[in-house]
Design a protein around this ligand. Structure first.
Ligand SMILES: CC(C)(COP(=O)(O)OP(=O)(O)OC[C@H]1O[C@@H](n2cnc3c(N)ncnc32)[C@H](O)[C@@H]1OP(=O)(O)O)[C@@H](O)C(=O)NCCC(=O)NCCS
Length: 167
Protein backbone atom coordinates (compact mmCIF):
# COMPACT_ATOMS: atom_id res chain seq x y z
CA UNK A 1 0.00 0.00 0.00
CA UNK A 2 1.25 3.49 -0.80
CA UNK A 3 1.08 5.72 2.26
CA UNK A 4 0.46 9.45 2.11
CA UNK A 5 3.76 11.16 1.35
CA UNK A 6 4.82 14.74 2.01
CA UNK A 7 8.02 16.44 0.89
CA UNK A 8 9.76 19.18 2.79
CA UNK A 9 13.14 20.89 2.87
CA UNK A 10 15.76 18.67 4.54
CA UNK A 11 16.96 19.88 7.94
CA UNK A 12 19.68 18.77 10.34
CA UNK A 13 16.98 17.02 12.36
CA UNK A 14 16.41 14.65 9.42
CA UNK A 15 20.01 13.51 9.17
CA UNK A 16 19.86 10.41 11.41
CA UNK A 17 17.16 8.96 9.20
CA UNK A 18 18.68 10.29 5.98
CA UNK A 19 21.90 8.46 6.88
CA UNK A 20 19.94 5.22 7.37
CA UNK A 21 18.49 5.56 3.86
CA UNK A 22 21.85 6.61 2.41
CA UNK A 23 23.67 3.64 3.90
CA UNK A 24 20.99 1.23 2.69
CA UNK A 25 21.08 2.68 -0.82
CA UNK A 26 24.62 3.28 -2.04
CA UNK A 27 27.83 1.21 -2.24
CA UNK A 28 29.82 4.28 -1.13
CA UNK A 29 27.45 6.29 1.03
CA UNK A 30 28.05 9.96 1.72
CA UNK A 31 29.20 10.79 5.23
CA UNK A 32 26.96 12.71 7.60
CA UNK A 33 29.47 15.56 7.34
CA UNK A 34 28.90 15.72 3.59
CA UNK A 35 25.18 16.28 4.18
CA UNK A 36 25.91 18.84 6.89
CA UNK A 37 28.12 20.77 4.46
CA UNK A 38 25.42 20.68 1.81
CA UNK A 39 22.81 22.01 4.24
CA UNK A 40 24.98 24.70 5.80
CA UNK A 41 27.69 25.81 3.35
CA UNK A 42 26.37 25.31 -0.15
CA UNK A 43 24.24 28.17 -1.38
CA UNK A 44 23.39 26.28 -4.56
CA UNK A 45 22.13 23.16 -2.80
CA UNK A 46 18.48 22.20 -2.42
CA UNK A 47 17.63 19.04 -0.50
CA UNK A 48 14.23 17.59 0.28
CA UNK A 49 13.02 14.70 2.37
CA UNK A 50 9.94 12.59 1.83
CA UNK A 51 7.99 11.49 4.89
CA UNK A 52 5.35 8.82 5.17
CA UNK A 53 3.99 7.14 8.26
CA UNK A 54 5.98 9.54 10.46
CA UNK A 55 9.40 8.61 9.12
CA UNK A 56 11.81 9.75 6.44
CA UNK A 57 11.34 7.30 3.57
CA UNK A 58 13.49 9.04 0.99
CA UNK A 59 15.28 12.17 -0.04
CA UNK A 60 16.68 13.93 -3.05
CA UNK A 61 18.99 16.83 -3.70
CA UNK A 62 20.35 19.04 -6.42
CA UNK A 63 22.47 22.06 -7.10
CA UNK A 64 20.92 24.90 -9.01
CA UNK A 65 23.65 26.64 -10.99
CA UNK A 66 23.21 29.06 -13.87
CA UNK A 67 19.84 27.86 -15.03
CA UNK A 68 20.70 24.17 -14.69
CA UNK A 69 19.78 21.66 -12.04
CA UNK A 70 22.38 19.00 -11.18
CA UNK A 71 20.88 16.14 -9.23
CA UNK A 72 23.33 14.94 -6.58
CA UNK A 73 21.31 12.31 -4.80
CA UNK A 74 18.02 10.48 -4.80
CA UNK A 75 17.14 7.46 -2.69
CA UNK A 76 14.15 5.69 -1.21
CA UNK A 77 14.19 3.27 1.74
CA UNK A 78 14.47 -0.24 0.28
CA UNK A 79 11.16 -1.40 1.78
CA UNK A 80 9.36 1.59 0.22
CA UNK A 81 10.70 1.20 -3.32
CA UNK A 82 8.50 0.42 -6.29
CA UNK A 83 5.55 2.43 -4.98
CA UNK A 84 6.01 5.69 -6.85
CA UNK A 85 7.90 7.60 -4.14
CA UNK A 86 11.12 7.99 -6.17
CA UNK A 87 9.20 9.42 -9.08
CA UNK A 88 7.37 11.84 -6.83
CA UNK A 89 10.65 13.00 -5.27
CA UNK A 90 12.14 13.63 -8.70
CA UNK A 91 9.04 15.48 -9.87
CA UNK A 92 9.25 17.64 -6.74
CA UNK A 93 12.89 18.46 -7.55
CA UNK A 94 11.74 19.44 -11.03
CA UNK A 95 9.13 21.78 -9.59
CA UNK A 96 11.80 23.38 -7.40
CA UNK A 97 14.17 23.68 -10.35
CA UNK A 98 11.50 25.47 -12.37
CA UNK A 99 10.80 27.74 -9.41
CA UNK A 100 14.54 28.50 -9.41
CA UNK A 101 14.38 29.33 -13.11
CA UNK A 102 16.17 26.21 -14.27
CA UNK A 103 14.52 24.30 -17.11
CA UNK A 104 17.29 21.73 -17.64
CA UNK A 105 18.28 18.94 -15.30
CA UNK A 106 21.21 16.54 -15.41
CA UNK A 107 22.55 13.64 -13.38
CA UNK A 108 25.01 10.77 -13.46
CA UNK A 109 23.92 7.19 -13.02
CA UNK A 110 25.85 3.94 -12.77
CA UNK A 111 25.72 1.92 -15.97
CA UNK A 112 24.41 -1.05 -14.00
CA UNK A 113 21.68 0.86 -12.16
CA UNK A 114 18.80 -0.02 -14.44
CA UNK A 115 16.03 0.85 -11.95
CA UNK A 116 17.29 4.44 -11.69
CA UNK A 117 17.80 4.68 -15.46
CA UNK A 118 14.19 3.55 -16.01
CA UNK A 119 12.97 6.19 -13.58
CA UNK A 120 14.94 8.90 -15.38
CA UNK A 121 13.79 7.71 -18.81
CA UNK A 122 10.19 7.82 -17.59
CA UNK A 123 10.73 11.49 -16.76
CA UNK A 124 12.22 12.23 -20.19
CA UNK A 125 15.93 12.08 -19.37
CA UNK A 126 18.07 10.83 -22.25
CA UNK A 127 21.67 9.57 -22.16
CA UNK A 128 24.00 12.22 -23.54
CA UNK A 129 27.44 11.08 -22.49
CA UNK A 130 29.58 8.61 -20.61
CA UNK A 131 32.23 9.12 -17.95
CA UNK A 132 34.49 6.08 -18.07
CA UNK A 133 35.20 4.46 -14.68
CA UNK A 134 33.68 7.46 -12.91
CA UNK A 135 32.80 5.46 -9.81
CA UNK A 136 36.12 4.59 -8.24
CA UNK A 137 34.64 2.06 -5.78
CA UNK A 138 33.60 -0.34 -8.55
CA UNK A 139 35.28 1.22 -11.61
CA UNK A 140 31.82 1.48 -13.14
CA UNK A 141 31.07 3.95 -15.92
CA UNK A 142 28.65 6.81 -15.35
CA UNK A 143 25.97 7.58 -17.89
CA UNK A 144 25.28 11.32 -18.05
CA UNK A 145 21.59 11.99 -18.58
CA UNK A 146 19.77 15.23 -19.33
CA UNK A 147 16.22 16.45 -19.37
CA UNK A 148 16.37 19.55 -21.58
CA UNK A 149 12.82 20.74 -20.96
CA UNK A 150 11.54 20.13 -17.46
CA UNK A 151 8.48 22.30 -18.02
CA UNK A 152 7.38 20.01 -20.83
CA UNK A 153 7.81 16.92 -18.64
CA UNK A 154 5.78 18.58 -15.91
CA UNK A 155 3.01 19.39 -18.37
CA UNK A 156 3.52 23.10 -17.87
CA UNK A 157 3.51 24.02 -21.54
CA UNK A 158 0.52 24.70 -23.77
CA UNK A 159 -1.02 21.71 -25.45
CA UNK A 160 -0.53 22.06 -29.18
CA UNK A 161 3.14 22.95 -28.97
CA UNK A 162 3.90 19.27 -29.01
CA UNK A 163 6.19 19.77 -26.05
CA UNK A 164 3.89 18.93 -23.17
CA UNK A 165 3.76 15.42 -21.80
CA UNK A 166 0.60 14.52 -19.96
CA UNK A 167 0.79 11.66 -17.48
C1 LIG B 1 16.14 4.69 -7.98
C2 LIG B 1 15.11 4.78 -6.83
C3 LIG B 1 15.24 6.13 -6.15
C4 LIG B 1 13.70 4.63 -7.44
O1 LIG B 1 12.75 4.86 -6.41
P1 LIG B 1 11.36 4.07 -6.34
O2 LIG B 1 10.52 4.71 -5.32
O3 LIG B 1 11.62 2.62 -6.19
O4 LIG B 1 10.79 4.33 -7.82
P2 LIG B 1 9.26 4.45 -8.23
O5 LIG B 1 8.46 3.39 -7.53
O6 LIG B 1 8.83 5.85 -8.10
O7 LIG B 1 9.35 4.06 -9.78
C5 LIG B 1 9.25 5.04 -10.81
C6 LIG B 1 9.75 4.41 -12.09
O8 LIG B 1 11.12 4.02 -11.96
C7 LIG B 1 11.34 2.80 -12.67
N1 LIG B 1 11.71 1.75 -11.73
C8 LIG B 1 11.67 1.81 -10.38
N2 LIG B 1 12.15 0.65 -9.86
C9 LIG B 1 12.46 -0.13 -10.91
C10 LIG B 1 13.01 -1.45 -11.00
N3 LIG B 1 13.33 -2.18 -9.92
N4 LIG B 1 13.25 -1.95 -12.24
C11 LIG B 1 12.95 -1.24 -13.35
N5 LIG B 1 12.42 0.02 -13.31
C12 LIG B 1 12.19 0.55 -12.10
C13 LIG B 1 10.04 2.50 -13.39
O9 LIG B 1 10.08 3.15 -14.65
C14 LIG B 1 9.02 3.16 -12.50
O10 LIG B 1 7.85 3.52 -13.18
P3 LIG B 1 6.61 2.49 -13.28
O11 LIG B 1 6.23 2.15 -11.87
O12 LIG B 1 5.57 3.25 -14.00
O13 LIG B 1 7.14 1.29 -14.01
C15 LIG B 1 15.30 3.62 -5.82
O14 LIG B 1 15.38 2.39 -6.53
C16 LIG B 1 16.54 3.75 -4.96
O15 LIG B 1 16.53 4.39 -3.91
N6 LIG B 1 17.66 3.12 -5.39
C17 LIG B 1 18.92 3.18 -4.62
C18 LIG B 1 19.57 4.53 -4.74
C19 LIG B 1 19.87 4.90 -6.18
O16 LIG B 1 20.31 4.06 -6.97
N7 LIG B 1 19.65 6.16 -6.52
C20 LIG B 1 19.88 6.68 -7.85
C21 LIG B 1 21.28 7.09 -7.99
S1 LIG B 1 21.64 7.72 -9.63
Amino acid sequence: MTEEMATMPMTMADLDEVMEVEQASFPSPWSRQAFVRELTDNLYAHYITARAGGRVIGYAGMWLVMGEAHVTNIAVRPEYRGRGYGERLLRRLMELALAGEANRMTLEVRKGNLAAQQLYAKLDFTPQGLRKRYYTDTNEDAIIMWNDDIAATMGMKDAGTGAGRRS
